[in-house]
Design a protein around this ligand. Structure first.
Ligand code: GRF
Length: 223
């Protein structure tokens, strides 16, 4: 098991608004996260997350996937850029790219993603709408280690919320995001402290094997 370095160096990948990035910046500024955000990289120019990074004094970089002829070429350039910051952890925070197996393998055990569903349910897009259409009574969000399978890596933390009678996709998204901003900083903190690890596709917290759902947090009293 790798010993934790303090503070852990983190590179955050984004494509958009960066509210999860902001939760990490806030946690760090409040002294709750033993991390240094070494760089924020977006595959899209002009997104709000880049402004959030600049405001916090973090190097904010764009690597535009449209400038590359194929996925492999982009991912290879992305690896070079990320590794120039020598991160202990890569955090995908709304990074809207399908990653090559080479990329996920390169960061195996040191890359996290957040996905707005109770994985393994609802991999992919439009999760809130799909939950409503299925008539599910509960919904939530998962932080997981990234493997070659899209939204398929083993879970670290899940937060559950109740689906209420009047919910629409927007109201669900809002309540799920509130949970995102709690569990993503928590997972990053545990990783940075050396407490959260992945070995051979299984996730451990303090050397205890976590269940398939990861560490479970019931986000709202209604459940
Ligand atoms: C979040 O809903 C996250 O679950 C999904 O992408 C969204 C990113 O939001 N992977 P933000 O850019 O962090 O605000």
């Amino acid at each position: 098991m790798s010993a934790a370095k303090t503070p852990a160096r983190v590179v955050v990948l984004i494509s958009g608004s960066g509210s999860n990035l902001q939760a990490l910046i806030d946690g760090k500024q409040q002294g709750e996260l033993p991390i240094e955000i070494a760089a924020v990289i977006s595959n899209r120019p002009d997104v709000q997350g880049l402004v959030r990074a600049e405001t916090a004094g973090i190097p904010a970089l764009v690597l535009d996937h449209k400038q590359y002829s194929d996925r492999l070429e982009f991912d290879t350039a992305l690896i070079s850029l990320i590794d120039s910051y020598q991160p202990d952890l890569v955090v995908l925070a709304g990074f809207m790219r399908i990653l090559t197996a080479d990329f996920t393998q390169h960061y195996a055990g040191r890359m996290l993603n957040i996905h707005p569903s109770l994985l393994p349910k609802y991999q992919g897009l439009h999760t809130h709408q799909r939950v409503l259409e299925a008539g599910d009574k509960e919904h939530g969000v998962t932080v997981h280690f990234v493997t070659a399978e899209l939204d398929g890596g083993p879970a670290a933390i899940q937060a559950k919320i109740a689906v209420l009678q009047n919910d629409d996709a927007q109201s669900l998204a809002k309540r799920v995001q509130q949970q995102e901003h709690i569990i993503y900083p928590l997972a990053v903190k545990w990783f940075a402290e050396g407490r959260l690890t992945m070995h051979e596709g299984r996730v451990f917290l303090d050397d205890e094997l976590l269940p398939a759902s990861g560490h479970l947090i019931v986000g709202e009293e209604a459940l």
